[in-house]
Design a protein around this ligand. Structure first.
Ligand SMILES: O=P(O)(O)OC[C@H]1O[C@](O)(CO)[C@@H](O)[C@@H]1O
Length: 241
């Protein structure tokens, strides 16, 4: 695993943006895997700046997001589709029909999961997958205990995850209890993985990710088995390594 220590959240965002630009330089038809949460927001801002400066185009790219809450439609401000439109898609030239987010309001969720896997395969699989890290070690919404070979599936969210994400909702009761997520096996098929971590509260999860046992109880530890992972973290997040 390639570990890059940076001084601040801003430097982490800058470095992550640079890796995405490198990928798009290699092929403007790249397939990018994208994440939500607070961590990648700075990276998305920088990508928009680079787009506005004429340094990058997304018009031939394809993106697949990791996950979506069950029951939330694209126009719900708490849905991850809404987040992506707001933080990135509305500001760049990525065609809407190639910006994929699992549909949390699909009538048949199992079918939506199978279709999502099919779309990823048809696009030629993910070239570069961006990941954030849950406090409990989740990647996407793959909670502890998820099989390491899992495919896109419906998950019951841990209470700790619902609690961590309740900051975005009016009340705890509004936080969905289920989500759709790419599986750990799906994520591991990406050719390159860029994991972003920031802040002291992630330090213990980062320690287990890098130096712990590979176990489904700590989903992110599986990244030890991937041959092209770059972990970009600020000093606080890497403080237990
Ligand atoms: O970046 P944050 O907000 O700390 O979240 C970490 C991870 O948790 C999630 O928000 C899901 O709980 C992921 O989308 C994200 O990668």
């Amino acid at each position: 695993m390639n570990i890059i220590e940076v001084k601040s959240y801003d430097k982490m965002s800058e470095k992550a943006c640079a890796l995405i630009l490198d990928q798009l330089k290699e092929s403007d038809k790249s397939v990018l895997g994208l994440a939500t949460g607070s961590t990648p927001e700075g990276m998305y801002q920088r990508l928009i700046e680079q787009f506005n400066a004429g340094n990058v185009s997304f018009k031939n790219a394809t993106t697949f997001n990791l996950d979506e809450y069950v029951g939330l439609a694209a126009d719900d401000p708490n849905s991850y589709k809404y987040y992506m439109n707001d933080k990135l898609f509305n500001h760049i030239d990525l065609p809407a029909e190639r910006a994929f987010v699992p549909r949390g309001d699909a009538a048949n969720l199992e079918q939506e999961c199978r279709d999502y896997e099919k779309r990823i395969a048809e696009a030629g699989y993910v070239d570069l997958q961006v990941l954030g890290l849950g406090l409990n070690g989740h990647i996407g919404f793959n909670e502890p205990g998820t099989p390491l070979n899992s495919r896109t599936h419906v998950v019951d969210l841990d209470e700790s995850t619902r609690h961590a994400n309740s900051r975005f909702f009016a009340t705890m009761d509004d936080v969905p209890s289920q989500a759709l997520t790419m599986g750990i096996g799906t994520i591991m098929e990406s050719r390159q993985i860029v994991m972003l971590v920031s802040g002291e509260k992630k330090a213990e999860a980062v320690r287990q990710l890098v130096n712990g046992k590979v176990t489904s109880e700590m989903p992110a530890s599986v990244l030890q088995n991937h041959e092209n992972v770059t972990l970009i973290g600020d000093t606080e997040a890497l403080s237990k390594l």
